[in-house]
Design a protein around this ligand. Structure first.
Ligand code: ADP
Length: 539
């Protein structure tokens, strides 16, 4: 028997319609590339998104066409999020920190038909344009005054002119909720990047789940500042969640240094933020160095890479900011798990230990760990194997590529265990695992211990080749400015904190550790540089 309930497709445009009607005067504040603040309401956002959608149609862009963006977190990027998907085209956020060759490859693979870009990226786009024959329209995201007098891109369009040419009577089309809404590529540290094509439905279900109290816990009372870029898996869904719940949204533009972020947090009354650990390191160093406090910020989401326990303690114990440690992937839209406290009255030490793990699944995703033969392992907090997931917002197959699924589950390439409280902990990425004498050593745990040393700014643990054990852990360390620390002192720090055979064989001090386009440590480059370090008799 069929139910008698309305059938309304889950569409990205419905988020904006809701924000306009029910939270119309809520604010969106964004910092431009010139440093100035732009301020308007959800009502204004909705009006301009409709004008932009009309402009996309006038440019000849059709349903399903991919529209690329190279842009920071700003109000025009937000308008594109809603206008492109709402009109039935596919928003393709490109990561401007990638190499030009990779960008050209990705834009071609995606078959982008238009490219919208912030003025900062004009030189990059001028260099790319000849390599993008499929792109018919290049649009500078600014007003006429920002258009260059002389430019290598023929027929360069101006965003504000496009908007001004249309009124706001555009009506959002009724689309199939399973139609594609946006496209994001994995950063491709191993092999070519892979495109993940999100649907309206998967995006909406992800947004519902992301706002839940034990997920990202976003409400109308919040002022949300995603430091995580809108080109890094849709800023973890926060631009959608803000419209769903009516939260104030603050978009920080390109200035992501500690001082600029802190000033914006304070001036706008930010209550909730989100970013990768390396971004928080910069912010925490600034706050620590200047003896500052956060007056409004109460929660932050740390994800994209493991949150070191020292960072967790600093946020919570010294700054009174609750940390939501989240694990996710592009293939998961991105949220997979979040560590939220399970019940009131948990002993503090237990709560902290659980929080340092990657957490539990919200409704909508399920997970398991399997051994090499694909058999599910028990949830005992010890049995580590490959983490697999499935759910409403998990990839089925890559754009223009094969399905990665195994037995209906998506193999994440992460190694993890799950405890009796259903709390998952990542011990490594499969490709970063250190295999010593046939046994796995978890590099994340070693890095977390090194990071707990007061003289360490950043630490990466990699597998180095070893004549007897095949591989042994090697620690690459950046000291804090002015700090003194020797190899022996650091190795001594591991005593009693870790099984003796997990202690790294050697420490290499360096000036910096290479970071990828999403702010994560590029361990494969370190491996290429140092993997023979232990084979060398001089060491
Ligand atoms: P890329 O694979 O290019 O880095 P993603 O942003 O999709 O792109 O990265 C997903 C990966 O990031 C995960 O598979 C996992 O290895 C790592 N990751 C994300 N969040 C965490 C976390 N909280 N702890 C440990 N690793 C994490």
């Amino acid at each position: 028997m069929q139910a008698h309930m309305m059938q309304q497709p889950l569409l990205v445009s419905s988020l904006l319609r809701h924000a306009e009607r029910h939270h119309g005067d809520q604010q969106v504040v964004s910092r431009g590339v010139d440093g100035g603040l732009h301020r308007y309401s959800f009502r204004d956002l909705a009006r301009r998104a409709r004008q932009l959608a009309a402009a996309l149609g006038a440019l000849g862009l059709e349903r399903g066409d991919r529209v690329g963006t190279l842009a920071w977190n700003g109000h025009r990027h937000l308008e594109l999020y809603y206008a492109v998907s709402g009109a039935g085209a596919v928003l393709h956020t490109l990561n401007p920190r990638l190499h030009a060759d990779q960008l050209a490859w990705i834009a071609e693979h995606a078959d982008d038909r238009a490219l919208f870009f912030d003025p900062t990226f004009l030189p990059l786009v001028e260099a790319l344009a000849p390599r993008l024959p499929g792109v018919r329209h290049f649009v500078l995201m600014g007003d006429r005054a920002q258009l260059p007098a002389d430019c290598a891109i023929g027929g360069l369009l101006c965003y504000e002119d496009l908007i001004a040419a249309h009124d706001d009577t555009y009506a959002w089309p009724l689309l199939d909720e399973n139609a594609a809404s946006s496209l994001c590529y994995t950063s491709g540290t191993t092999g070519d990047p892979k495109g993940v094509l999100f649907s309206h439905r998967s995006t909406l279900l992800h947004t519902f789940a992301s706002a839940l109290p034990d997920t990202l816990n976003v409400s109308a009372a919040d002022c949300v500042l995603p430091v995580v870029p809108m080109f890094h898996v849709n800023a973890w869904g926060l631009p959608y969640a803000a419209c769903m719940v009516g939260a104030k949204l603050v978009l920080p533009g390109p200035q992501l240094d500690g001082a600029s972020l802190y000033a914006l947090f304070e001036s706008e009354g930010v209550t909730l933020s989100a970013g990768v650990p390396t971004v928080w390191q910069g912010l925490l160093a600034h706050v620590r160095g200047q003896g500052l406090r956060f007056t409004s910020m109460r929660r932050t989401i740390v994800g994209g890479a493991a949150c070191p326990p020292r960072m967790l303690a600093e946020f919570e114990d010294e700054l009174d900011v609750r940390v939501l440690h989240a694990w996710g992937m592009t293939e998961l839209s991105p949220i997979g798990t979040v560590s939220a406290p399970r019940r009131n009255g948990e002993p503090a030490a237990h709560r902290r230990a659980q929080q340092a793990k990657q957490g539990r699944c919200p409704f909508g995703v399920d997970m398991r760990v399997v051994d090499a033969a694909g058999a599910e392992l028990p949830w005992d907090g010890r049995s580590a194997g490959e983490l697999q997931v499935r759910g409403h917002w998990v990839v089925q197959s890559y754009f223009g590529g094969a399905s990665p699924l195994a037995d209906g589950w998506f193999p994440t390439g992460d190694v993890a265990h799950i405890d009796a409280e259903a709390c998952m902990q990542i011990t490594d990425r499969a490709k970063d695992v250190i295999k010593s004498g046939g046994e796995w050593i978890g590099s994340i745990e070693i890095e977390n211990i090194a990071m707990a040393h007061p003289a360490v700014a950043m630490a990466a643990c990699i597998a180095a080749r070893h004549p007897k054990w095949d591989e042994r852990p090697l620690l690459i360390v950046v000291r804090k400015p002015g700090a003194e620390l020797t190899r022996a002192e650091l190795l001594q720090f591991f005593a009693g904190r870790i099984a003796k055979w997990w202690t790294p064989d050697d420490v290499i001090f360096t000036e910096s550790i290479p970071l990828g386009a999403t702010g994560k440590m590029l361990k494969h480059l370190l491996r290429a540089q140092y993997q023979d370090h232990l084979l060398c008799p001089a060491n």
